[in-house]
Design a protein around this ligand. Structure first.
Ligand SMILES: [Zn+2]
Length: 123
């Protein structure tokens, strides 16, 4: 007469290889879950987060209508890789104020220069 003793370990729902918390390969490439950190698009660098969408990857703007080549490099003017918004890659804020000042200053300087040149030519 033997009493069947239920073995609590016999109904293990997990096979040995699929135990939760099993050994994981530490050399496996870190895969971001759910596309949390997409790889940076080619030609972009990491800057301050975009004020519109929070993305940190942006490409430097080489030339703008308002600042030529000098303006965008003065203000770290970058273009967000995700939403295309242009902003200051150093501060993470909009460059609108800086652009307005830059345009005003260069505009005034241009007018002064034009007046000076016209005055000199008029003599
Ligand atoms: Zn953005």
């Amino acid at each position: 007469m033997s009493t069947p003793s239920p073995n609590p370990f016999s109904d293990n729902p997990y096979p040995q290889s699929q135990q939760p918390g099993a050994y994981q390969n530490p050399y496996a490439p870190p895969q971001a879950a759910g596309g949390y950190l997409p790889p940076p698009p080619p030609g972009t660098m990491q800057f301050a987060p975009c004020p519109t969408c929070g993305n940190t990857f942006a490409s430097k703007v080489g030339f703008t209508w308002w600042g030529g080549v000098l303006g965008p490099s003065l203000f770290t003017h970058v273009k967000c890789a995700r939403c295309g918004n242009a902003y200051n890659g150093k501060t993470g804020k909009s460059n609108a104020t800086a652009i307005a000042i830059y345009v005003a200053v260069t505009g005034v300087l241009g007018i002064i220069l034009a007046i000076v040149l016209l005055t000199m030519m008029g003599r």
